[in-house]
Design a protein around this ligand. Sequence first.
Ligand code: MF3
Ligand code: CO
Ligand code: CO
Length: 272
Amino acid sequence: MQALGQKNAKPKPPIYDEESREGLRRAGRFNGQLLDFVRPHVKAGVTTLELDRLCYEYTMDHGHIPACLGYKGYPNTICTSVNEVVCHGIPNNTPLREGDIVNVDVTTIVDGWHGDSSETFLIEPVTEDARRLVQAAFDSMHVGIDAIHPFGKLTEIGRAIERFARLRGYAVVQEYQGHGLGREFHQEPGIPHYVPKLNPSQVILEPGMCFTVEPMINTGTWRTMLDKRDKWTVRTMDLSLSAQFEHTILVTDAGPEILTTTEHGPKTGHKF
Ligand code: MF3
Ligand code: CO
Ligand code: CO
């Protein structure tokens, strides 16, 4: 996710040509493959550091680059955000336990192009409250993706997500948002998962734009706090549960193309 900055002049989001789109497709495809690879390992008893090592080795073995490692000083390959952690959780030595929900967020650079996606996993058995939240986070991502139309408004994505989450009784995180990506990890356009009251984006979605949709949905307050010690881990202010899913999307003449689909992961309509 991209933290909201105070930049005033926003560069125009890049429009990718067919050759660049192929690069983005390859990066997205590998990133989805990486989630497929790690999925069977996300079980009670495994530590998030073990998941991190598995992802590091899989990425390197395929000749690609873990985008997070060293990014703005980030210490690991993946982000693992457990329960009340909203995003940017640093892998550690604590084994996952039954009842946990954990978001695994992976980003890879393939031949200079970025792919970025994440899933929240249920360490079964989980409470019905947790399952319902994860379902809402997944469905809200797809509701947001479905709001993408060539030459439509960028703000429709956040509008759809916010409306959906509210109807289910949840709050949408505002301080972190989706982002354009390509040769850079985080670039224009920013994709808020709600409709900002102040300065909503004027961007029109054009074929050839590429960005993530990655709503973070909370059972309690939308407000978050940054861990004072590690300066990465973001938690809900009230320590209520948070869940998230992420895909990288290419806008095409035919509509949104999901670049990070997985073979074995949840597809739209999936029931957790
Ligand atoms: N993958 C995250 C995103 O969706 C970003 C993680 S940045 C890191 O944008 F430095 F924490 F890895
Ligand atoms: Co992202
Ligand atoms: Co990500």
